[in-house]
Design a protein around this ligand. Structure first.
Ligand SMILES: Nc1nc2c(ncn2[C@@H]2O[C@H](COP(=O)(O)OP(=O)(O)OP(=O)(O)O)[C@@H](O)[C@H]2O)c(=O)[nH]1
Ligand SMILES: [Mg+2]
Length: 180
């Protein structure tokens, strides 16, 4: 029987969540984009959620839920986190000043759930993207976490991030079985 795994994709506004899910989803992403506020350069922003689906080779299915990034929509976060197996925190690698916001988001989710997470560092295609070795010191206060650089528009990169997360999920599940 095929199983359904719920994975959440979160992170600060504009970090690439909608793009990330769209790059891998086999269905057109169900998205709730609206015009971004007047103060923002961005054309549109997610106001409720994104939803995408990926069927794995063994028939299991990933359901990907993207959160809104703007904190005026953060009432959706806890609802979306219900039942998730793991989550991706996307950070824009060209904007280290947004990492503090990313950390707050991660802390909200880790308060609601013990599910593992990985950090996806987006805009890896840009010269300005933080170099790999600089990232751990920037987010040292987060604790030990896998960091994967990615171009959120690239199917291959998105796959690498999700596989890293699924490995953490499986490790966790084994730990639980051994403890029980
Ligand atoms: N070059 C490049 N552009 C990216 C990357 N990730 C996102 N973008 C672009 O950045 C813009 C914002 O991306 P979104 O996917 O809308 O970001 P979001 O995190 O969903 O934003 P909110 O819903 O407002 O929180 C889009 O124009 C994307 O094409 C990346 O890895 N590389
Ligand atoms: Mg979005």
């Amino acid at each position: 029987m095929s199983r359904v795994f719920k994975i959440l994709v979160t992170g600060p506004a504009g970090s690439g969540k909608t793009t990330f899910i769209s790059a891998i989803s086999e269905i057109e992403v169900v998205s709730t984009e609206r015009a971004a506020g007047e103060t923002e350069k961005k054309g549109s922003t997610t106001v409720a959620m994104d939803f995408g689906r990926v069927t794995l080779t063994d028939g299991d299915v990933l359901h990907l839920y993207g959160t809104p990034g703007q904190d005026r929509f953060d009432f959706m976060w806890e609802i979306l986190s219900e039942g998730m197996l793991g989550y991706v925190v996307l950070l824009d690698g060209t904007k280290p000043p947004t990492f503090a916001t990313g950390k707050k988001i991660m802390e909200s989710f880790s308060g609601w759930s013990d599910a593992p997470y990985v950090v996806g560092l987006t805009r890896a295609d840009r010269k300005k993207c933080l170099e790999e070795e600089k990232v751990p010191e920037e987010i040292a206060s987060w604790g030990e976490v896998d960091i994967v650089r990615c171009d959120a528009r690239s199917l291959r990169d998105v796959k690498t991030v999700l596989i890293t997360l699924l490995e953490r999920v499986l490790e966790n599940a084994e730990g639980v079985e051994q403890a029980g």
